[in-house]
Unconditional design. Structure first.
Length: 99
């Protein structure tokens, strides 16, 4: 049970990092505002939590409706040569310099 929560949190955070960040900031603001009795900070935190939830909802809806991109052919900037010149043969003999 101890490993379930961190594993779930990591998988959710990796899927939607932007909305997860907004949710974390909103949660921290709400906790700080609630503990310190700063009601405007609490309200701002709750508002950020709602924005994060809406953002995550919109991101998950957008992922389901997008069609996979069509595969494009590679662009070739140089024309194909009629007969490619072969590479020179490699030899394993070491050549000594005449000097």
């Amino acid at each position: 049970m101890d490993a379930f929560l961190p594993r779930m949190w990591k998988s959710l955070y990796r899927k939607e990092p932007i909305s997860s960040f907004i949710l974390i900031v909103g949660l921290v603001d709400a906790v700080m505002g609630g503990v310190g009795e700063r009601w405007t900070l609490l309200g701002f935190g709750v508002m950020l939590i709602m924005v994060g939830i809406v953002t995550r909802f919109l991101q998950t809806q957008k992922q389901g409706s997008v069609a996979p991109p069509e595969e494009q052919r590679a662009r070739r900037y140089l024309p194909p040569s009629p007969s490619p010149q072969p590479l020179p043969p490699l030899s394993s003999k070491k050549r000594r310099s005449p000097y």
